[in-house]
Design a protein around this ligand. Structure first.
Ligand SMILES: [Zn+2]
Length: 309
């Protein structure tokens, strides 16, 4: 007798996390990011249209796969902005992820999105329609460094993935491949996104021509395996990150490291707001005040702070 147990698909199973891994005896480094439940609390304090929420989920996933190299205390920021003089549906998305895996985001968008929301369900707009000729800016702000690392990427192609591949080819980056997908979740204001990145690490010594050929072959084999990953698999809440990676790369000596959880949490505080206000002159602070009180609302979490001028 065969007993079949049908498990209901549930968003609850989806764990928000970054999973680092190595392939081919650590010649290739990879990261998997999956984001689901945390988007609900992250987006709950805003009334963004679905298109904006979807892009926020994608940008967080992208920031998360790129941020893992930040080993020290700090914040990694990914900002996408349109050109001020050009038509765009989304003007700005800013995403922060810190070393603890705390994520926060906010967006500015054009009201005309609301007129096309139904059309977008069947015909989602391409990247150029969403941002125009925009830019992505990555900033790593590390606590122990005075200078910030910054990279600027011109938006190219039809998707964020196209833009990133263009950036990887143009810059001196080590060979890198990226897969990024998203979809709406089971609850209102919940979006599911996932990303995988592979990076071919440079040789530590002088490789022989045979070793270089082998390394190239290995890289292309891994790219082919990554190419078999479907959107459905990446965003399947019932497929654990471990099972997903093992299914894809079990022939490639995969070594999966400890996952880092992602959590929706804003870093704003009364203390930080007070410090920020100290940078203004007494006259400026008086100018900001109404009835002797300065009111500041955090753009990320919408929390309101009231301080004496
Ligand atoms: Zn906040």
């Amino acid at each position: 007798m065969v007993v079949m147990v049908v498990l209901e698909s549930s968003q609850e199973n989806f764990i928000d996390e970054i999973v680092p891994f190595y392939l081919d005896h650590a010649h290739i480094k990879g990261r998997l990011v999956r984001l689901g439940k945390q988007t609900e609390s992250l987006l709950a304090n805003h009334s963004y249209p679905a298109l904006v929420n979807q892009y926020i989920a994608e940008v967080i996933s992208l920031a998360a796969v790129l941020s893992v190299d930040v080993k020290y205390e700090g914040v990694f920021t990914l900002q996408i902005s349109s050109q001020p003089d050009q038509a765009s549906l989304i003007r700005l998305i800013t995403v922060d992820i810190n070393t603890q895996g705390h994520i926060r985001a906010y967006a500015q968008w054009d009201q005309k999105i609301l007129h096309h929301e139904q059309d977008f369900i069947l015909n989602p707009p391409c990247l150029q329609e969403v941002f125009g000729r925009g830019f992505m800016v990555f900033t790593a702000d590390l606590a122990h460094q005075i200078e910030r690392y910054q990279a600027i990427v011109e938006l190219q192609g039809k998707s964020l993935t196209d833009s990133m591949h263009h950036f990887f080819r143009q810059s001196d980056q080590i060979p890198t491949a990226l897969v990024l997908h998203s979809r709406s979740g089971s609850k209102e204001r919940e979006f599911v996104a996932g990303a995988v990145i592979l990076q071919r690490l440079p040789f530590s010594g002088d490789p022989t021509p045979e070793q270089q050929d082998q390394d190239s072959d290995d890289w292309f084999t891994n790219l082919s395996l990554l190419g078999t990953l479907t959107r459905k698999e990446l965003l399947n809440p019932d497929l654990s990150s471990f099972d997903l990676l093992y299914r894809l790369f079990h022939e490639r000596n995969i070594h999966i490291l400890k996952a880092k959880p992602l959590k929706s949490q804003c870093s704003c505080s009364l203390n930080r707001i007070q410090k920020m206000l100290e940078n203004f002159s007494d006259d400026d602070r008086v100018g900001m005040a109404v009835d002797g009180q300065i009111e500041i609302i955090c753009e990320f979490c919408n929390k309101k702070y009231t301080l004496k001028a």
